[in-house]
Design a protein around this ligand. Structure first.
Ligand SMILES: *[C@@H]1O[C@H](CO)[C@@H](O)[C@H](O)[C@H]1NC(C)=O
Length: 95
């Protein structure tokens, strides 16, 4: 779980720069990832709408399932962590 999250967070900024919608894409994907009301199928649709490059649908399904298997507490902690990263002084975020 932790390793998967690290990979995901490492991949997202590249994806973010590649996207014309700026960091809205990153915020949305993270929100959908940690939202337990979003099904694997819905999540795949969200990722598909943003992905600039081919990706492994099964890997995306596994990633989402991994988050679906977590408690609401854990999902909320992921949100806290992501916000802490955004608010850290090394994060060059303008919006
Ligand atoms: C989670 O996803 C559902 C279904 O897409 C949506 O209605 C709800 O507003 C989302 N919740 C949050 C906190 O984003």
């Amino acid at each position: 779980m932790k390793l998967v999250l690290v990979f995901m967070l490492a991949a997202i900024p590249i994806y973010c720069y590649a996207s014309s919608s700026g960091c809205h894409a990153m915020d949305d994907v993270i929100a959908q990832t940690i939202n337990s009301s979003v099904s694997v199928t819905e999540y795949q649709g969200v990722v598909k709408s943003y992905a600039p490059l081919p990706y492994d649908r099964k890997a995306v399904a596994k990633l989402k399932q991994c988050f679906l298997d977590q408690s609401e507490d854990t999902l909320n902690n992921v949100k806290v962590m992501v916000n802490a990263i955004y608010n850290s002084k090394d994060c060059p975020q303008s919006a």
